[in-house]
Design a protein around this ligand. Structure first.
Ligand code: ADP
Ligand code: MG
Length: 579
């Protein structure tokens, strides 16, 4: 339950503002996250971390010497946008290259991966090491498919300590990869967290039970079992970690992590038994940590992380670190540098779009697009709770909120564009605003789809129904390319593909655009419903695939709702606006 907030929509910005004030000698705010108050020495590698908020001390709390140079901070449980990552990267860059390292989640990969590509295009040596420590999220054969949980802290410190001692980017990348390959985590949940402004938790664990294999975005565990006493729980938590112990591993960094509302005393009770158990297996525990490292708002749960040390990793794990939330050892005194100020916010895409000349047909189409975007926003607003609940079944519960946030930004960007703006520029501005504000997987995909829709429509002297059908097909291809999903993976693509195909078929058969849109929407609705029995193979729902069976995919469902709203709004079209 979140009791303290001003405007729930400004929760993350307000929290970061207070955080930066509380630690003003250590961190400085950037639009999109925080960087160190004292800039890196020239030539050092900037380790950048990030992800959604709601996980404090991750991510802002780990900015400092021996850890990250900056943290990109998205909304609650929502990946930050590419634009945010670019601003943090530019503020943190010291000329030695940039290493992004973060837990493996689809939305973060889309947005931060795009930032990495753009930085490279600017000539900055940017790399990425994904963290995949959660044993419950995929079997050992699928190591690279696992998501990241509290083991991220091990990788952050190894990478940060290597960067601090002046290692070049190749080395920092190699060591972060090594640390990830030897780090494993396993957790259990006792109760779900409640998103700010919501009145009930994302999930509940039955009385007397615990849920094994939790995620850190409010995803419940993979299976429920009866509660265990502390010594048994220590064994349960450690078992899958010990099962993947490398043959050469005798020493281990150990982190017992509380997810948000387990008391420190309880953590310490368990920690004692964990160490007993590991030592009984002949493992030497090196510089262990017990406390809150990666939380999930007020979730009740714990996780155990082991990083199997070799000589290289042990040296780095024992190295000093100094950040608001994680300190060990001592650094030589440093001179304090100038405080940075918040970066100037980028000009909005809508403002840039206004200068482009558009044909009358393109301007008329822009007017229609504005109205369809409003219709889409209104229908998502009317279903926001339902979409959130669908996403909470096996994902993180943010789909309704994220879609509404993105669409609201898209509507604002389109309304803010000049009268002379054509449909191409308008949709590009709307798509950029959507992905910037919404974050998340769906934000990245919708943002790219709208921009593609605009680019394909272009600015001709006249639009035909088949131009529209072709543009929708191009947007569908963009979603498939960016997200990498196949049909049947239980994603929005399962509704988008039949929508695009029906639209094309009906238009080819000679139907007018309005009736073709109506038929396509009906196909999307049927296809979205048909995702219910499928097993998710992409996105956050995959680790909890079983739970999702019987419930339609949230992204496919919201797409079908929008398709219906667009068909209805197009049918009630004002003749003045006709294309
Ligand atoms: P997040 O998963 O980042 O929390 P949302 O909850 O807003 O983002 O969106 C979840 C939806 O995104 C899923 O229901 C699915 O339709 C869609 N999705 C997830 N991953 C992919 C992907 N790789 N390709 C296409 N769609 C995807
Ligand atoms: Mg989600």
């Amino acid at each position: 339950m979140t009791r303290i907030f001003a405007d729930p929509d400004a929760f993350v910005a307000d929290a970061l503002r207070g955080f930066a004030r509380a630690h003003r000698d250590e961190v400085a705010l950037v639009d999109g996250g925080v960087v160190r108050a004292v800039p890196l020495d020239p030539g050092k590698v900037a380790v950048l971390i990030g992800g959604g908020s709601g996980h404090y001390p991750a991510f802002a709390g780990y900015v400092g010497p021996g850890l990250a140079a900056g943290a990109v901070c998205g909304n609650i449980f929502t990946s930050p946008s590419t634009a945010q990552a670019m601003r943090v990267a530019h503020a943190a860059d010291a000329g030695g290259g940039i290493l992004f390292t973060y837990g493996r989640y689809a939305g973060d990969i889309l947005h931060l991966g795009e930032a990495e590509r753009r930085l490279r295009a600017e000539g900055i040596d940017a790399r990425t090491v994904l963290i995949t420590d959660d044993v419950a999220s995929a079997p050992p054969e699928g190591l690279d498919e696992r998501r990241g949980i509290a083991g991220i802290v091990c990788v952050f410190h190894v990478a940060g300590a290597a960067a601090e001692r002046g290692d070049p980017i190749d080395e920092v990348e190699r060591l972060a990869t090594l640390a990830n390959s030897r780090t494993r985590s396993h957790g259990v949940a006792f109760g779900g967290c409640t998103l700010p402004g919501a009145d009930h938790p994302l999930f509940e664990v039955p009385e007397g039970q615990m849920s094994i294999g939790l995620g850190i975005h409010g995803e419940p565990g993979v299976r429920d079992v009866p509660l265990q006493s502390a010594p048994d729980l220590a064994v349960t938590l450690a078992a899958p970690l010990l099962a993947e112990r490398p043959a050469d591993a005798g020493r281990a960094a150990v982190i017992l992590n509380g997810l948000g509302s387990v008391k420190y005393e309880e953590l310490y009770v368990l920690f004692g038994y964990v160490v007993d158990h590991l030592e009984a297996q002949g493992i030497e525990v090196v510089d262990p940590e017990c406390g809150e490292f990666v939380t999930s708002l007020d979730m009740a749960g714990i996780s155990l992380t082991i990083m199997w040390l070799d000589d290289e990793l042990e040296e780095l794990w024992k190295a000093p670190a100094s950040s608001p939330a994680f300190r060990k050892g001592h650094f030589a005194a440093r001179s304090s540098g100038a405080q940075r100020t918040r970066g100037e916010s980028a000009t909005t895409s809508a403002a840039r779009a206004a200068v482009v000349e558009a044909t009358p047909a393109s301007r008329a189409a822009a007017t229609v697009a504005r109205r369809l975007l409003r219709a889409a926003r209104d229908t998502v607003a009317a279903h926001v709770e339902e979409l959130g609940e669908l996403d909470a079944v096996a994902g993180d519960g943010d789909h309704g909120i994220g879609m509404l946030r993105g669409l609201t930004a898209a509507v604002e960007a389109s309304a803010g564009a000049d009268e002379a703006t054509g449909v191409r520029e308008l949709l590009q501005a709307a798509g950029d605003a959507w992905s910037e504000v919404a974050g998340g997987t769906s934000g990245a995909l919708w943002g790219a789809a709208l921009a593609q829709l605009g680019a394909s429509l272009g600015s001709p002297d006249e639009f035909t129904a088949s131009d529209v059908a072709d543009a929708v097909s191009a947007a569908r291809a963009r979603i498939a390319e960016l997200g990498g999903a196949d049909l049947g993976d239980k994603t929005m693509l399962d509704a988008v593909a039949p929508y695009a195909e029906t639209l094309t078929d009906r238009v080819r058969a000679g139907a007018d655009l309005r009736s073709a849109l109506t038929d396509a929407a009906a196909a999307a609705r049927a296809a979205a419903e048909a995702t219910a029995p499928m097993t998710p193979r992409r996105g956050r729902a995959r680790p909890l695939a079983e739970r999702s069976i019987g419930h339609p995919d949230p992204g496919a469902t919201s797409f079908a709702l929008i398709a219906d709203a667009v068909a209805a709004a197009a049918a009630s079209e004002d003749p003045e606006e006709a294309e």
